[in-house]
Design a protein around this ligand. Structure first.
Ligand SMILES: CC(C)(COP(=O)(O)OP(=O)(O)OC[C@H]1O[C@@H](n2cnc3c(N)ncnc32)[C@H](O)[C@@H]1OP(=O)(O)O)[C@@H](O)C(=O)NCCC(=O)NCCS
Length: 144
């Protein structure tokens, strides 16, 4: 399977959305809006892997580069990486991560932080595990 990589544009939103059932068993109404904002917002790095022959989405990564108080530096912060189940094990996830690392390093990042993650893959990619607790409080009445 030949794979090519592209920066997704607004018309690639359906392709990106096609990968989401892999990540989430329930897809809320806000996810498409969030992904559309990621795609439109230049602050975020996005890369879409597509099958060269069919143009079907094979993988996607999104992240940003920001200051991290805990690690006392600028870091690439990975929001999400996903590879279509039948395309796994081909090196797509590794390539998406490597491209994100290059982009982050060019912006002064000293490391990559993954706020949530899948056991196994990140360890294989050389990450150390730093457990964190996250808190959330609605500030928009009736938001969810
Ligand atoms: C995790 C994920 C992105 C990996 O994508 P992938 O394209 O299959 O990964 P690659 O083929 O590039 O694998 C790179 C290396 O990691 C290893 N690897 C991949 N998934 C792994 C796992 N779950 N556990 C242990 N090792 C794993 C591969 O064996 C490979 O090793 P190698 O370099 O020695 O050959 C993919 O399995 C996925 O989409 N999972 C569901 C979504 C998810 O968990 N995303 C991460 C949460 S943010």
């Amino acid at each position: 399977m030949e794979i090519e990589y592209k920066i997704p544009e607004a018309n690639d939103l359906p392709a990106v959305m096609s990968l989401m059932p892999t990540l989430y068993s329930e897809i809320g109404p806000g996810l498409e809006k969030v992904l559309a904002e990621f795609i439109a917002d230049k602050y975020y790095y996005k890369l879409l892997a597509v099958e060269k022959e069919t143009g079907a989405a094979a993988g996607f990564i999104v992240g940003c580069c920001r200051l991290e108080v805990d690690f006392e530096c600028r870091a690439g912060a990975l929001e999400e990486v996903v590879v279509r189940p039948d395309c796994r094990g081909l090196g797509i996830g590794k390539t998406l991560l490597a491209e994100f690392e290059k982009w982050s390093a060019a912006r002064g990042a000293e490391g990559i932080i993954v706020p949530c993650g899948r056991e196994g893959f990140y360890e294989k990619m050389g990450f150390m595990k730093c457990p964190i607790t996250r808190y959330w409080r609605d500030i928009k009445p009736g938001a969810r």
